[in-house]
Design a protein around this ligand. Sequence first.
Ligand code: 4FN
Length: 257
Amino acid sequence: MLTFNIVSLMPQMFEILKMDGVVSRALNEQKLKLDLWNPRDFVLDAHNTIDDRPYGGGPGMVMMIEPLVDTLEEIQKSLAKANKGNSKVIYLSPKGQTLSHKKSLELSKEKNLILISGRYEGIDQRFIDQYVDEEISIGDFVTTGGELPAMVLVDAVSRLIPGVLNKAESYQEDSFFEGLLDHCHYTRPEIFKDLKVPEVLLSGDHKKIAKWRKKNALLETFKKRPDLINNRELTIEESRLLQEALKEQEQDLNKRK
Ligand code: 4FN
């Protein structure tokens, strides 16, 4: 079982994960564990000080190294007691490599992960240099803390743990669409106002439907995220399907003129 040990000044934020959905179900079924650690609980001074002003001056506050090291040691003690060995320490940070499906798969195979969520301007660099194995980002934008990024990572990694998703939910994992965007989805009604569902999906011809979906996934990816196609490299069959899809799209456009 994978245990996420999460270090955060706002552990309440993670309650959301326990409320509903795939992660919540996996927690209840003991397919993963979420342990929250608040550095504030490990400081002994009267004010529970965990942050201080930055050396060199300037605005904002910096999370101090000592409460973080104390928290980490407490986590490692508890891991040792449970005979769980050591754990990778990940700092959610805009300086990290962007989280990917590949990285999520890697992490889903770990027994323990320690995730550090920053607040204020971030944490003392010496903690990162000495104790952090890896920095991971969820994207290029400013957030007010590392909590939501940590939750994104927990969500992405948890659903890849064997047995967490049921058969219906794990559709994407065992399909041959890997690395591509989804094909478009449709459900009832068959006609809404004058908007129809693509006819092939109503045909009952499973072979034809599979081919349409693959073509549609390739076309969607090519149009909306060409970078994904470049990273993946298409099989000859896929290139042919994409060419076909592009041609059909052009024909459709001409028809409408
Ligand atoms: N963010 C940028 C440049 C400079 C600062 C930030 C920023 C939270 C503690 C880090 C943000 C985004 C993705 C963690 C952003 C992430 C964070 C993340 C994060 C408070 C310090 C901070 C150039 C990316 C816009 C605040 C860029 N993934 N600082 O957001 O923790 O994991």
